[in-house]
Design a protein around this ligand. Structure first.
Ligand SMILES: [Fe+2]
Ligand SMILES: [Fe+2]
Length: 133
């Protein structure tokens, strides 16, 4: 089980971002639950679409905060967001070809790691910048 159980240390200290991160984590948890029990590929793709749409919303929201604060690492951060969006598109293709539970677990594992790593390192970096500027 790779589900994300929210821990205080995942909060970056910016309320708007933290609220969105919690929702983002819930969507990943739901994907884990539902992808493994539902073999309907259309439904699986549609769940990934939902995560994709929320990820886009969250990334724009975060990037707008960065823009407003003249965050110097905005462009690099934006690239990392875009990489995740293209990874999500690849995941849908992968599931179309192979919806085995190994493949699904691999996708979830990647998402959990990406999310926790990005949040606690890169998003935290921005929150620290906000604190100090
Ligand atoms: Fe974020
Ligand atoms: Fe981010």
């Amino acid at each position: 089980m790779t589900s994300i159980i929210w821990k205080k240390e995942y909060d970056v200290g910016v309320r708007e971002i933290d609220l969105q991160h919690r929702y983002f984590a819930n969507l990943i948890n739901r994907l884990e639950e539902e992808l493994t029990e539902n073999i309907d590929t259309e439904y699986q793709n549609s769940l990934i679409d939902e995560l994709n749409a929320y990820a886009r919303f969250h990334f724009i929201s975060e990037e707008n905060l960065m823009r407003k604060a003249n965050y110097p690492d905005l462009e690099l951060h934006r690239k990392h967001h875009q990489q995740l969006i293209s990874n999500l598109a690849n995941m849908e293709l992968e599931l179309d070809m192979n919806a085995s539970s190994d493949n699904i677990l691999g996708i979830i594992d990647f998402l959990v790691k990406w999310f926790l790593n990005h949040t606690t390192i890169e998003d935290q970096h921005f929150a620290d910048y906000l604190d100090n500027n």
